[in-house]
Design a binder for this molecule. Structure first.
Ligand SMILES: Cc1ncc(COP(=O)(O)O)c(C=O)c1O
Length: 395
C-alpha cells in the first residue's frame, strides 16, 4: 500500500496505527464484486427530500458561498436550539450550539476540547468504530464498558472496574449503533450518577434520536441532566434523520463556556461546515417534519419484516428498538466475524458488517442495515442462513 513512498518518509505511526473500520473494509470488497446485496453500510436509501435540496440551491443563489462563523450560521444554531424545545421541552441557547461537518467532527472536537494526551475515553462495548479511531489519532486511551448480552444495556456495577484516573469522558450512544438498543430514563440517570461520582464528562451521541420504535418517548440526555448541564455535550447530526449523509452537517450542544472552545477548534480543521449545506440543514428543520416520521415508519416496517423472516429461517437476531441496524448471531459458525463477512460476500454475494469492528463484544455477530431495500433484506437473510448452514461449525 505504501510502495510509492520513499523509505523513511512513510506515514506516521499514529496514522498507521489507526484501526480501520471493518464496515469500510467489506464495503471496499463489495465494490469489486458484481452486483452484491449491500447490507453493510448505515446509510438511508432515501434521497434527501426535495425541499431540502431546493433550500441549498436557493442558498447558493443567495450568496451563501463564503466562510461562515466558526460556530456556524446563527440562524441554523437558532433552529437547532428550537428543535430541542419542540422535541424535548428543554431550553437551549443558540450560543450553546456549534454546527460541525457531520456528527463525527462534533465528536472529534469534543474529545480534543475535553482531554489531554494520555487521558482515556470510556466507550461502550460494542460501539461505532470511529470513536476508537479518533482516540488512536488523538493519543487517547480507550476503556470499554460492557453492554449486557441480549439487551445491550450498560451495567453500572461492571463499569466501575473499567475506569482509572486517566478516564475523562464517558461516551453514551442511545439509540445505539450497532445494537439498536435504546436506554431507558433510569439507565441514563444511573449513567449520570456514575459520571458525577467519578468526575467524568458525558458525550451523549444522539444521532439516531428520531429513529426510535418504542412506545415510551425517547429521552435526550439534555432532559436527564437538566441539573448537571456543565457535564454533558450532546452530539447530533442531519445525516440519518433527514437522509443527508453526504451534506456533512452535524452539531454539538455544549455547556455554556465550552462552546467557544469548540468553535475555536473548528478553525484548525474545517473552519466551519459548508455554508450551503448549513442552509440546507436549516431548511430541513424549518420544513415539514412528516418526512422524518415516514422514514421512521419505513425502517420500522423493515425491522418487523426482518424479525419475522429471521424467525422463519431460524436465525437468532437482536431486536432493535431504534436505529436502522440489526445484529445477527453467528456463534454457531466457527468463523471469526471478519472471516465470516468476507466469505459470505465471496460465496453468497451479501455484504454485512463484521461484529468485531464494533469491539470485542461484537464478535459472534454480524450487523445488517435496515436502511437497505426490503427485497435485498429478505434475500440477504435467506443467503445468510444458507451460508450459516454450510460454514465451519463450532464443536
Ligand atoms: C453512532 C454514530 N454517531 C455518529 C455518526 C456520525 O454521522 P455523521 O458524521 O454522518 O453525522 C454515526 C454515523 O454512522 C454513528 O453511527
Amino acid at each position: 500500500m505504501h510502495r510509492h513512498l520513499i523509505p523513511g518518509l512513510g506515514p506516521s505511526q499514529r496514522a498507521g496505527g489507526m484501526p480501520w473500520s471493518g464496515v469500510r473494509e467489506i464495503l471496499d470488497l463489495a465494490l469489486q464484486c458484481p452486483d452484491p446485496i449491500r447490507l453493510e453500510v448505515g446509510e438511508p436509501t432515501f434521497p434527501t427530500p426535495e425541499h431540502i435540496v431546493q433550500g441549498a440551491v436557493k442558498a447558493a443563489q443567495d450568496g451563501y458561498t463564503k466562510y461562515t462563523a466558526n460556530a456556524g450560521l446563527f440562524s441554523l444554531r437558532t433552529a437547532i436550539a428550537k428543535r430541542y424545545q419542540r422535541l424535548y421541552g428543554v431550553h437551549v441557547e443558540p450560543e450553546q450550539v456549534i454546527a460541525t461537518a457531520g456528527g463525527i467532527t462534533a465528536i472529534a472536537t469534543t474529545f480534543i476540547a475535553l482531554t489531554d494526551l494520555g487521558d482515556s475515553i470510556l466507550l461502550p462495548n460494542p460501539c461505532w468504530p470511529n470513536y476508537e479511531m479518533l482516540c488512536a489519532l488523538l493519543g487517547l486511551g480507550v476503556q470499554r464498558y460492557p453492554l449486557q448480552p441480549e439487551a445491550f444495556i450498560p451495567d453500572i456495577a461492571q463499569m466501575e472496574a473499567q475506569i482509572d484516573d486517566s478516564t475523562r469522558v464517558l461516551v453514551v450512544n442511545s439509540p445505539a449503533n450497532p445494537t439498536g438498543a435504546v436506554f431507558s430514563e433510569d439507565i441514563l440517570k444511573n449513567l449520570l450518577l456514575f459520571a458525577q461520582k467519578h468526575g467524568l464528562f458525558i458525550l451523549a451521541d444522539e444521532v439516531y434520536d428520531e429513529l426510535v420504535f418504542t412506545a415510551t418517548p425517547y429521552r435526550s440526555f439534555l432532559q436527564v441532566a437538566a441539573d448537571e448541564p456543565h457535564r454533558v455535550v450532546i452530539v447530533n447530526s442531519f445525516s440519518k434523520t433527514y437522509a443527508m449523509t453526504g451534506w456533512r452537517v452535524g452539531y454539538a450542544i455544549c455547556p455554556q463556556g465550552l462552546s467557544e472552545t469548540l468553535a475555536r477548534l473548528q478553525e484548525a480543521f474545517t473552519a466551519s461546515p459548508c455554508a450551503i449545506a448549513q442552509k440546507a440543514a436549516e431548511t430541513a428543520l424549518e420544513g415539514p417534519q412528516e418526512i422524518v416520521a415516514e422514514m421512521r415508519e419505513t425502517y420500522r416496517r423493515r425491522r418487523d419484516m426482518c424479525l419475522v423472516e429471521a424467525e422463519k429461517l431460524g436465525l437468532r437476531v437482536i431486536k432493535p428498538e431504534g436505529t436502522f441496524y440489526m445484529m445477527i448471531d453467528i456463534t454457531e459458525s466457527a468463523q471469526p466475524s471478519r472471516d465470516f463477512a468476507k466469505d459470505l460476500l465471496m460465496s453468497e454475494s451479501v455484504a454485512v458488517a463484521p461484529g468485531d469492528t464494533f469491539g470485542p463484544q461484537g464478535e459472534g455477530f454480524i450487523r445488517i442495515s435496515l436502511a437497505s431495500k426490503e427485497e435485498d433484506l429478505r434475500e440477504g437473510l435467506r443467503r445468510i442462513q444458507r451460508y450459516l448452514g454450510t460454514s465451519p461449525k463450532q464443536i
